[in-house]
Design a protein around this ligand. Structure first.
Ligand code: ADP
Ligand code: ZN
Length: 619
């Protein structure tokens, strides 16, 4: 091994095997290494871990000392520490899963100053016992850094508030000279202000990264038969890939997982109603096995940093854009192409509105929730670039991306102003008729002039609006109604989702608002066609010829064995992209192998010879 590197870039090369920092990483790492405080706002997958790991390593090498990483995600610590140890960095975690002996051994390592990084849960960090240990380290100059991960947990505005985080200001009060770096993927101003105030980061430099995830392709399709659409999406584009399918209810999670299995797709359910044991097992399989599809409620995902999740699919509409962005952000953390796909329909709009209306929360809170839902619905109905809208929501200007469904296949639009007026006036006629209210199905029947039992029962063939929309197909009417509800001109109420006009419907009725709507697609077109050639093997992240594919497969088999031996997920040994690059460039020497991105000094030493042998022996 080369002499220990003492600069951030040299550590990045030697330890992590990466050629360059990404985005703001370098500025952050240099600032913190030099002893400054930092608040880092970076999207999921942006590369936050390196922002504290590299300074921790450099500071340790320069003057020993341990970096304390505060993280709420116990499940994650094991794998993070495993990844660091694989890279030759002495790291450990302290949490409730350890036996007393194990914990004591790690505490000894920490107190000796040999440990480089220590991960601990916030409730442990703030105990008198742990603080006394920190005092002792501090006196001996052996505290190198504090990293506070998931820093938004300190804010009540956020969705993951944790009481324990409030007590973390003690770190500043007691160890003012030790640099602190707080990190989060939550971007809004209120949360940011809260973090700065509560963690006393007033003098920290704030680093805001772009929240764009350019490798994620966004697509939102209209539901017709959501399950079939999902199956087609997976079969056409993600055969053999790992992915997450989000559903609203536990029941739907169970049913969808069972159904995918029947269709030959390895799927597992995950929701808060399952035993903790089952949940852990399923999560483990998702992390460790290849190509598992997790069907889950929102209970799943926090702290999942599996880098090769190739798609996130929503079978139901999330609550708001924040949730949608956080959930879809779990795709493609490795920077390789990934899909965020959602199927969305009239019922989703109705359900989400109802959940808000029926919640016991105060009126002001509900108003806020409705506004957030409206923003998401506008995104779903948009006929322009999805990414521009997403980023604009987070206050970031951008231009059309060329990597979303609307950019790739611009949807046709039609002027639905007249149709909308017809629908709304029909609802108005019902109302005039002794305050009657009906749901979407009957409304469409009347507009299209269909003679049904219900029409006969209520003599609706006598209404002036009967049959005024016979020229518009049923699917298109559904789309009009969905969009009218999404835009807030119609409200669906009560057990039967009967439709009612809102205040804003007046302006549409008076013809003051022009409505340009998407033309509903008969058969939603997919971007990519199914892979030709009939090979079932998962495609490599870089193009490989047939021999390359065989070398790639051999390397993956070798990696699976190492991962099993070390009880770690395969991606911690090497990422897919690193293996694919090995298969493509066929390095013949350790030197050449060491130049591949993702191959650090320690891994080269531990695995280099084995890899060269695998490459030589590959058929
Ligand atoms: P975050 O915590 O912000 O969601 P991670 O720290 O997990 O993101 O990083 C996401 C992925 O990107 C990881 O697999 C990591 O190894 C990789 N990565 C981060 N920085 C770099 C870099 N400079 N070069 C190459 N890969 C990187
Ligand atoms: Zn776009």
């Amino acid at each position: 091994m080369s002499a220990a590197s003492l600069t951030p870039l040299a550590v990045l090369h030697e330890v992590f095997g990466y050629p360059a920092f990404r985005g703001q990483q370098q500025a952050i790492v240099e600032h913190v290494t030099a002893g400054g405080d930092a608040l880092v706002l970076m999207p999921t997958g942006g590369g936050k871990s390196l922002c504290y790991q590299v300074p921790a390593i450099v500071r340790h090498r320069r003057e020993r000392g341990v970096a304390v990483v505060v993280s709420p995600l116990i499940a994650l610590m094991h794998d993070q520490v495993g990844a660091l140890e694989e890279a030759g960095v002495h790291a450990a975690f302290l949490n409730s899963t350890l036996t007393l002996e194990e914990a004591q051994r790690i505490e000894r390592e920490m107190m000796s100053g040999r440990l480089v990084l220590l991960y601990a849960a916030p409730e442990r960090v703030t105990t008198p016992r742990f603080l006394a240990q920190l005092d002792s380290l501090h006196e001996r100059g052996l505290l190198s850094l504090f990293a506070i991960d998931e820093a938004h947990c300190v804010s009540q505005w956020g969705h993951d508030f944790r009481e324990d985080y409030l007590a973390l200001n003690v770190l500043h009060e007691r160890y003012a000279d030790v640099p602190r770096i707080a990190l989060t993927a939550t971007a809004d101003d209120l949360t940011r202000a809260d973090i700065i105030e509560r963690l006393q980061l007033g003098s920290a430099q704030v680093f805001v990264s772009s929240f764009d995830r350019p490798n994620i392709r966004y697509a939102i399709v209209e539901k017709d038969d959501a399950r079939r659409q999902l199956l087609r999406f997976i079969r056409d584009e993600h055969e053999g890939d790992a992915g997450i399918v989000y559903c609203l209810s536990r029941k739907k999670v169970e049913e969808t997982a069972a159904w995918l299995n029947e269709e030959g797709i390895a799927a597992l359910p995950y929701h808060a109603g399952l035993d903790a044991d089952v949940r852990r097992r399923h999560q483990d399989r998702f992390l460790r096995d290849e190509g598992v599809v997790m069907v889950a409620t929102i209970a799943f995902g926090m702290g999942i940093d599996k880098p090769d999740v190739r798609f996130v699919a929503h079978l139901d509409l999330p609550k708001n854009i924040e949730s949608y962005y956080q959930e879809t952000g779990r795709a493609g953390r490795d920077g390789e192409p990934a899909d965020a796909w959602m199927a969305y329909g009239l019922q989703d709009v109705v359900n989400q509105r109802r959940m808000i209306d029926e919640s016991p929360a105060g009126e002001e809170f509900k108003r806020g929730q409705r506004a957030k839902l409206d923003a998401l619905l506008a995104l779903a109905e948009a006929h322009d670039c999805r990414r521009v809208r997403l980023l604009a929501y987070f206050g970031e200007p951008s231009s059309p991306c060329g990597n979303c469904d609307n950019c790739l296949n611009p949807p046709a639009t039609w002027d639905a102003t007249e149709a909308a007026r017809k629908a709304l006036s029909c609802v108005y006629r019902f109302h005039q008729n002794h305050g009657q209210r009906f749901g979407a199905v009957h409304l469409i029947d009347v507009l299209r002039g269909k003679s049904t039992d219900k029409v006969a029962q209520y003599h609706h063939e006598r209404l002036s609006t009967f049959g005024i929309g016979a020229d518009i197909p049923e699917a298109q009417w559904r789309s009009v109604l969905r969009q009218l509800i999404a835009l807030g001109h119609l409200r669906a109420e009560g057990e039967y989702n009967t439709l009612e006009l809102t205040e804003s419907a007046r302006s549409v009725l008076r013809g003051e608002v022009q409505l340009l709507l998407r033309v509903p697609a008969e058969h939603p077109k997919r971007g990519r066609a199914a892979r030709a050639g009939g090979t079932r093997e998962k495609a490599a992240p870089v193009p490989l010829d047939a021999d390359g594919q065989r070398r790639y497969a051999a390397l993956k088999a070798w990696r699976a064995e190492v991962a099993r031996e070390h009880n770690l997920p395969a991606y911690i040994v090497f990422h897919d992209a690193t293996l694919a690059e090995m298969a493509r460039s066929q390095p013949a020497s350790l030197d050449a192998l060491g130049r591949i991105s993702g191959v650090g000094a320690r891994k080269l030493e531990a695995y280099g010879r084995d890899i060269l042998r695998v490459l030589e022996a590959a058929p």
